[in-house]
Write a protein that binds this ligand. Sequence first.
Ligand code: PLP
Length: 441
Amino acid sequence: MSQLALNGGPRSVPAELKKIGWPIITPEDRAAVERVLDRGVLWAMTTLEGLNCPEQDALEREFAAFLGVPYTLAVNGGTAGLHMALVAAGVEAGDEVITSAFSFLATPAAILHAGAIPVFADITPHTWNIDPQRIAEKITPRTRAILAVDIHGLCADWDAILELARRHHLLVLEDACQAPGASYRGRSAGSFGRAAGFSVNGTKNFAVGEGGFMATADPEIFARGTWLKQVGETLPAENPAMRQQHLLAWNYRVQEMPCALARSQLSRLAAVNETARRNAAIMDQYLRETPGLRPPFIPEGCVSVYHKYRITLVPEELDTRLHGVALRNAFMAALAAEGVDVDLWGTAPLAAHPMIQARHGFGRGFPWSLAGPPEQYEYHAEDYPVTLEMFANSFCLTNDEFPIYAQPEPVMHAFGRALQKVAQNAGELAQARVAAWQTAT
Ligand SMILES: Cc1ncc(COP(=O)(O)O)c(C=O)c1O
């Protein structure tokens, strides 16, 4: 008799179990947006006194206080925040910027938008953050900066990265898009580099829809950021007639309504992150008791916000002849059939994407066709063994629609029991008929 729902057995997670969808919108969120509509100031309007944007001003102050970083600038996306951070910190066309082989494509996109060359370094097993030793191997005379990512809401190995950068006189920048509220040895994500980017895309723990921030402790980078964000424009007090425009920049400005919503969401971010940690602790306990499954590894001194909760499969401990991608896909399909939400979040090292290899770029003239010779973008799988192994043997529990940081405890217990059931019946996975979409990598 089969046990797995995938093979006709009973489903483990009751269909009527109530999950919580994301983002959560409260009456306070609605009131915040209405406050802007009542005020009638919808954008940062230039006045003789300066910019009139009370929500943006307050949000920037409040997020800076949340992080414990002197300055933040609200912008219209995490990619924008990263791009601005790179340029404001001094990264220039042709510079090499070393970044993680495992991140969202926006990380190297921001480097390319700055006219610089992304150089990828493999990650460390277990934390899936950039490996400082691999960074060291990628340093050349053209290296200008390291852009490390706090992936899945866990801080990178900052002490080692900062020490390496100090020895080689490199700028350090931080992609903290997934990590507001995370910390490393008592310091906040977003406080390690010269400047950092954050995202408030609707899938994030800090969910506004679209938007982001640049954060910095450096007043000069902050000043440059304020120009870069608003098409290079200086304030009337500095340039009364606005006759002479000095800087070429972008329009990364924000609107007052999302800023008001962001302030309301920010007031609950610590509680969201606390829910994430509570749920991760519940799941860790189930996984520790289950041969064949490993919870995420959180190094001593790190506090994660679990933007993603990644589970690793250990085939040798499971009663199955499947391994690698075939096992992962069958395992995910079995969990989905049990009623558990699962997600892949990435399938290949960033260097493998056609966008990076520049073969499918937009032709000459587009900024990154200038950034280094084509060989620079060739993909060599042997450079990324850890990233490849991670993709083949792991998956994320929960998805963007019903993320771990929103779920009530009973959902986590039901998911935990289902994970144990699938692991204990792994012998059935080989016979399962896994649909074509589920076998795709
Ligand atoms: C690691 C990482 N970097 C950059 C970004 C880009 O942020 P956004 O989508 O707000 O531009 C995201 C999220 O989308 C991300 O997860």
